[in-house]
Structure formats: C-alpha cells, structure tokens
Design a protein around this ligand. Structure first.
Ligand code: ADQ
Length: 537
C-alpha cells in the first residue's frame, strides 16, 4: 500500500499527514568531514510504530532535533530530506536552557512519572512549565507555518500535550487534528494534585480525535475532563463536549509491523543466529527481556524476582539464563543514571551469588540492536519476560509474538502493561507488585508443556498479526478524518471501566444508543470543518 485508503487523491489537493512528535525519527550520522556516513532510526516505541506509517504515505514529520543546539533564533528550524531519510522532516531546534526545562525537566521529571503514577519522581517546577509552554508554542508555530490546506495534523504524546489547542488558535478550522497519547493517562485523583492539570487537559482537547491504548486510560481522561473542567461527557458516550466543540475519545491499542518481524524470523541466517545465541550462552533455557533502561520498566524488581527464583528453586541454577537488553535513555535526567547504578549493582550481586563455572545467571547488554539481531534474540528465547511496573502498551511483547513463526515461546507479561489488555488472556500474566507471583509466573512459563505453549502462542500470534501498525493507523486516521459515533465495542470498553470504578450507579460514562452521526457530530464539527469545505475524501 502506498497510502492508507483514507487518502484519496483529488485533482486539486489531497490531505497530507503532518505528524509531530518530540523525538526525531532518524539520526543522520556524519563522519569527520561532515559527510553522511549513515542514517539510523531512533530507538523507542514511538518511532518503531510511526516510521513505517510515514514511509507508506505522503507526509512530513516535525520533531525536535536534539543534535542541533540553537543559540540563534534564525537557526531554530531546519528542514531535511535526503541523506537516507525516507520522508521529509522538519526539525525544531531548542536552546540549551529549553532542553533542560522542557525535555529533561517538564517532560521527563514531571509528565513521565505523573502519567506512570510514580509520584515520588514528579518534580513540578514553574521554570520547567514555562519552557514546556514555550516549546509547545514553537512546535505549533512551525506546524502552522508549514501546513497546507486540508493537511491532517497528528500530534503525538505527552511532550506536545499543549499543541492541539495551540494549533486551533493558529490555523484554518478546516484542518483536522488528532492526538495520540502513548503512555498511561493518570486517574483524576493523581492528575488533580498536579498544578497545571487544567491547561494540560485543555491542550489535548484542541484535537478532534484523541486515541489511547486502553479503556482505562481513555476512561481516566474522560473522567478528568468531567471532574476537573466540568465538560459534558455523558450526553454522548465517547465524546467530550467543551464549549462549542466536541472531541471524540477512542481506544486504539497500537500494533507492530508484524509481517516484517515474521519475514525476518523466517530467514535462515536469522534462525542460525538464534542458534548461535543459545550456544554462546550455553544454557538450557533462555529468558529474555528487552527494555529502555527506565524505572517504569521494572528492571530492578525483575532482577530481585530472579534472585528470589534462584534462591528458592536451586534446580534452575546452571540451567536457566536471563538475558536483559536495556538501552540507556535520558542520561541527563538524574533519576536515570541513579536507577542504572542500582540495576547494575543488583545484577552484580545476583551473578556473584549464584554464578559458577562458565554459567552466568544474568547477562546484561546495553547496546542498541539492529532489527535482525533483535529478532534472532526473540527466536532464541524460550520465554520473554516483559514485566514493566507501568507501560502505555509495550511493543516488545507484540514483537516477540510476531517473530515466533515457529509457534513456540512463552510470553510472561505484567498485568500493568497496556499490552495485557490485548495479550493478557494468552500470556502468563503477573502482578509486578507481588514478587512471589512473578517468581511463580516465570516458573510456570519455564515448565509449560509443549502443547500449551503452542496453543497460547498460536492465539497470541493471531492477535498480533491482526492488530498491526496498519490497522491501528487506519483506525486512528478514520477517527480523525471521518469520526463516527462510538461503536458497541468502544462503548462496552469505556462503560465497563466506568462501572468498575463507580459501582452500579451507571458510571460516569453512560452507555446508550449512539445518536446518528449527524446529530452526534455535525454541530461540533461544523464549526471546525464546515460542510462543503471538508477535505476531499
Ligand atoms: P517505549 O517506552 O519506548 O514506548 P516500547 O513500547 O517497549 O517502549 O518500545 C520499545 C521499542 O524499542 C521496541 O520497538 C523495541 O524493539 C525497541 N528496542 C528496545 N530495545 C532495543 C535495542 N536494544 N535495540 C533496538 N531496539 C530496541 C512508548 C510507550 C510504550 C508504547 C510505545 C508505543 O512507553 O508503552 O508501547 O511508546 O506507543
């Protein structure tokens, strides 16, 4: 497919996708002479998911360029295409002080821990907030100045929470705006205690359509809109009415480029590499974890659980080896090097206590891998242990299943990962708050019969192969460009969570027959996209 089928060419113009995220999709590596030596895709869930999207449709990616330190106002914006980058990009430069306040400060020391409800790490400083506003405004200026008539604007993640509303103040109301929140959305009690909660919610509400990975995050957001801004969220389930506008909220769990993982896994040399990985480690059973080195990923807690496993079940010693791939991120944020030091100390202790002869119970690698190498590791692993303390979704869980074209392998998955809502039924689910349960879960995975493994992996794979990046993209763009009333599945998801939280008083999100599309959306949308002037589709 060259372009998602929501894009239909017209003689005059067609909607182009203008996608904005904090992280740049690619890094151009230059040699000493300034010549381009290679172009590397940035690591992380968001770029893993979205690069294939822009490679397949007309679009421009707007992002921060962390390599360009700007001191001069004229140097703040750079446009780049070529040098191996497969689509046009616009890069927004930040001043050194803004990087500290906006990225290291507000994004990584306030919003990230807030969204993951790690409250001890939330540092809500006014100077951080001011830089966050300035940078969000700059993104909005850049997008507004570059957007053409009918472009669809798709804003990604918590770094740019103020951009949708900032765009509304700058652009033609016919533009459709979407926002996708890749991390958990905190509940109303947590958000309410955060000083700038109203501005953040209002910022996102500038979008026509908002996507979340799970019913819980969507429902938290809806509840926050109602309780903290007094929006009407009841008259039309799945739609938030604020002032004269309506914004739809949808649950859209992200998928992975499953076919591409499967194709790599089917290559003979990748399968040979998987055999080599096992030979080199010289173990009978291999358990793999792959994470960014982040305190939300539960790496420290996992190491402690593994230590408990070896202490309690001596038969595992010399037989089971854990491989942790943990790439350091956000190294300028003090909590991260501190966390890394703790993780590495715990690993040393574990290896010191249980390692013997050639056998090392815990192998720790910190380097980024190419996709083929990653897939070879997925194929080599009897068990993938994906156990974050909190995680918007977690793509590694899906990548593991997509790569297991041999139908083998067991997924141990934290029930605190968003992925548990789609994969939890067929994975071995563990609660990371209970170490004993984690130990039992890993043991259960290691001792599972071949037939049960095949049954579970077969079911996991059919979910992952069906819910791919493409299907996610199509649903999200449909929400943005052709919004429909929430369907029965969406309503059921939101209402179930509402009921669980509210008891049986009907919940905050009420079910009910959705009104017709015209009655539902025409009034709110007409103000933004008047009939007759709508984008051609
Ligand atoms: P992340 O927190 O970055 O994403 P995740 O979803 O697990 O987390 O994605 C990590 C990505 O990085 C995966 O595609 C993985 O393959 C890749 N990766 C990890 N280690 C690697 C290594 N050593 N070498 C190469 N690649 C590596 C955020 C949210 C998640 C959400 C995604 C997408 O925090 O919850 O799932 O966005 O919405």
């Amino acid at each position: 497919m060259n372009r998602p089928d929501v894009y239909v060419q017209s003689d005059i113009d067609f909607p182009r996708l203008l996608l904005a995220s904090n992280r740049e999709p690619f890094r151009v590596i230059r040699d000493a002479n300034g010549e381009v030596s290679r172009c590397e895709r940035s690591m992380g869930g968001l770029t893993s998911a979205l690069c294939p999207v822009l490679e397949r449709c007309d679009g421009v990616w707007v992002s921060w360029n962390p390599n360009a330190l700007s001191t001069d106002d004229d140097d703040l914006i750079r446009e780049q295409h070529g040098d191996g980058i497969p689509f046009p990009t616009i890069q927004v430069g930040l001043r050194k002080s803004e990087i500290k306040g906006y990225y290291n400060g507000f994004c990584n020391r306030a919003l990230w821990p807030l969204c993951h409800t790690v409250l001890r790490c939330v540092t809500p400083r006014l100077d951080y907030w001011q830089d966050f506003r300035t940078v969000n405004d700059r993104f909005a200026d850049v997008i507004a100045s570059r957007s053409k008539k009918y472009d669809v604007l798709w804003i990604h993640d918590y770094h740019l929470m103020l951009v949708p509303a900032a765009m509304r103040r700058r652009i033609d109301p016919r533009h459709r705006i979407g926002y996708f929140h890749h991390v958990p959305f905190p509940n109303v009690r947590v958000l309410k205690a955060f000083p700038w909660h109203r501005q953040l919610i209002k910022g996102i509400l500038g979008a026509d359509a908002i996507g979340f990975h799970t019913p819980e995050y969507a429902s938290n957001f809806i509840e926050c809109c109602q309780e903290l801004l007094g929006c009407d969220t009841r008259s039309e389930p799945g739609t938030i009415h604020h002032g004269k506008y309506g914004t739809i909220v949808r649950v859209r769990p992200i998928g992975v480029d499953a076919q591409s993982f499967a194709m790599i896994a089917n290559q003979r040399d990748v399968q040979d590499d998987a055999i080599q990985i096992r030979r080199k480690i010289r173990c009978e059973r291999l358990v793999l974890s792959v994470d960014r080195l982040d305190y939300t990923k539960g790496i420290l807690e996992r190491v402690e659980a593994i230590r408990a496993l070896f202490a309690r079940i001596p038969q595992c010693r010399g037989i089971v080896t854990f491989v942790q791939v943990a790439v350091p991120t956000r190294t300028d944020v003090p909590e991260y090097p501190q966390y890394r030091a703790k993780v590495e100390a715990a690993i040393d202790e574990l290896n010191g206590e249980f390692g013997h002869g050639d056998w090392k119970p815990f192998i720790y690698r910190t380097e980024p891998m190419k996709r083929r190498e990653l897939v070879a590791h997925y194929l080599a692993a009897d068990v993938a242990c994906i156990t974050p303390l909190a995680d918007g979704m977690n793509l590694v869980a899906s990548e593991y299943c997509a790569s297991r074209t041999d139908g083998d392998g067991v997924l141990v998955l934290s029930s605190q990962a968003g992925a548990a809502t789609t994969l939890g039924e067929h994975a071995v689910c563990v609660d990371m708050r209970k170490q004993e349960g984690v130990v039992t879960g890993i043991l259960r995975a290691l001792t599972m019969s071949e037939s049960e493994r095949a049954l579970r992996m077969g079911r996991l794979r059919s979910i992952v192969m069906k819910n791919t990046t493409d299907t996610w993209l199509k649903s999200c763009l449909d929400d943005i460009m052709h919004p429909e009333p929430a369907d029965a599945e969406q309503l059921a998801a939101l209402v179930k969570i509402g009921h669980a939280r509210q008891g049986h008083d009907g919940g905050r999100v009420r079910a009910g027959a959705p009104k017709s599309r015209h009655a539902t959306h025409s009034s709110s949308m007409a103000k933004r996209a008047p009939a007759g002037n709508a984008p051609p589709h």
